[in-house]
Design a protein around this ligand. Sequence first.
Ligand code: ATP
Length: 549
Amino acid sequence: MSLLKRLLQTAGRLNWILGASVVAGIAATLLQLGLLWGGFLVLFQPVAHWWLWLIILALAGGLCRFGEQYLGHLAAFKILDYLRNLTYQKLLYLAPAKLDDQRQSDVLKLLAQDIAQIETFYAHTLAPVLIGVGLAIGLTVGFWLAAPVLGVIALVAYALIGLIIPLTSRRHLATLAQQQAQADASEQRQLTALITGRQTLQQYAAISARTATLNQTTQAYWRVNRKRSLRQTQNAVGMQLVVIVSLAAVIAVVVTQQLPLILAVIFPLTFSRLLDLGNLPGTLSGGLLAARHVFAFLDESPRVVETGQAKLGPIQAVALTDVAFAYPQRPTAPILRHTDLRLRAGERVGIVGPSGAGKSTIIKLIMRWYTPDQGTIAVNDRPITTYSLDQLRQQINDVPQVAQVFDGTLRENLTLRVTAFTDAQLWQVLDWVHLTAAIRRLPDQLATQVSRDRPILSAGEVQRLELARALLHPSSLLILDEPTSNLDVVNEAVILTAVQHHYSGTVILVTHRESSLALCDRVLELNHGQLRPRQHAGNPVETKGKGGK
Ligand SMILES: Nc1ncnc2c1ncn2[C@@H]1O[C@H](COP(=O)(O)OP(=O)(O)OP(=O)(O)O)[C@@H](O)[C@H]1O
């Protein structure tokens, strides 16, 4: 009930549109019944201009039906639009830390399916149900006025169809809806893994095994779906029986009490909208489950709460002092303990250490994806929390291990949201990372469309594109997290040389490759949660010479 209340609160003024659709729906049904009643009456006692009255009734009924549909769809699209916007904003607010530990397919399911299900529930379940309830009350009163016993029969029949039958199957249908949602989520996860990992699966001839598992999940989904349909069909049959039995009772009353025959004719037609109530448990539980997912997501608080307002100029110093950290999902498994790190302006520091030691975690703490459990992080001698997240992130460019390609042109991939860059600036950074020739060869050059699934460029070229993006956007701290791990020596040298000659800020390089450490002034090793100077650091490739950006 509280979910329903929250849904209605979230919908806000859209409830008025939905309310108007409900009123139009009730009016349309009453006018249609009136048309039938009038048509039946004039068969026996024609009145003056009866045809005009019938036309007016038909037109008014049609207009109300149109209004019901129009307003219902308007409310549906508006709620869809509103909830999507709300969740996109929340997604931005929670990113990146919260998404670091969320299953991507679950987030996608939430944005696509759950919200669509809420929309269906809000506009296409709630409205018909309210229309059904409104009509049931109105018609019961109407039949009662004709003959009290007819009012009782109508009330019992409407209550059975709208209340008793749906309520008896509510728990069963809710469980089935939950099982179906779980099977659906599992199917989506497997499908995403199958598509993204297709090359690996092909290589290890594991596609058929994975497809078999996916098939089993799909079958499980359809099994639950069948059970749900069967239960809904049983409900529908039960309701039809109620209609037949109550109609027989109404005919008996009309005949014995010599009431107008039209009452018996009209009675079964009054169920047309009430039968929608029978679908309530299925759609209600599905819709409420989706609402629970969406509201749980909307209620999540970010890992890092923005408190600072201070402006941040170029980063001159970063200091981690006695930092301890464990991921919130695994609080008993600390990744960092008593970690210290000092970075001075313009120096290039390499961080090495075994896989899983926590190197990327240090980066995430510096970028404030997370807050340390203990110790302090200072930037330019002030606590990192002094600065707003925007200010901090404007000063830091991060080149991740897996290069990101976005749907759009190569130009858009380089500039992202900044439109002020000139083509000359773009070609300059592309030149630094040796991509000019490859892109000039493309028919549309910078306007070439690329996407994550179809990057057009090779893995090495995409990695260099990522670095070009980082060199294009001004920053004072460049973080390179395994930027060369997938590259050959030629591409590695291009990346290191580009950073060496064209980046004048501070650099943190996380790497497993000994050869990449040649870029660094000093190398720190992370072991058992602590950073210490490495004994045998690689020698710098050449004397540090930096061109300005
Ligand atoms: N979002 C997360 N939630 C929970 N645990 C995480 C998360 N990210 C990383 N971890 C865990 O924290 C530990 C350190 O991970 P991290 O990525 O920092 O290691 P790393 O030294 O960079 O490893 P690699 O060299 O393999 O990239 C790992 O055991 C990892 O499983």
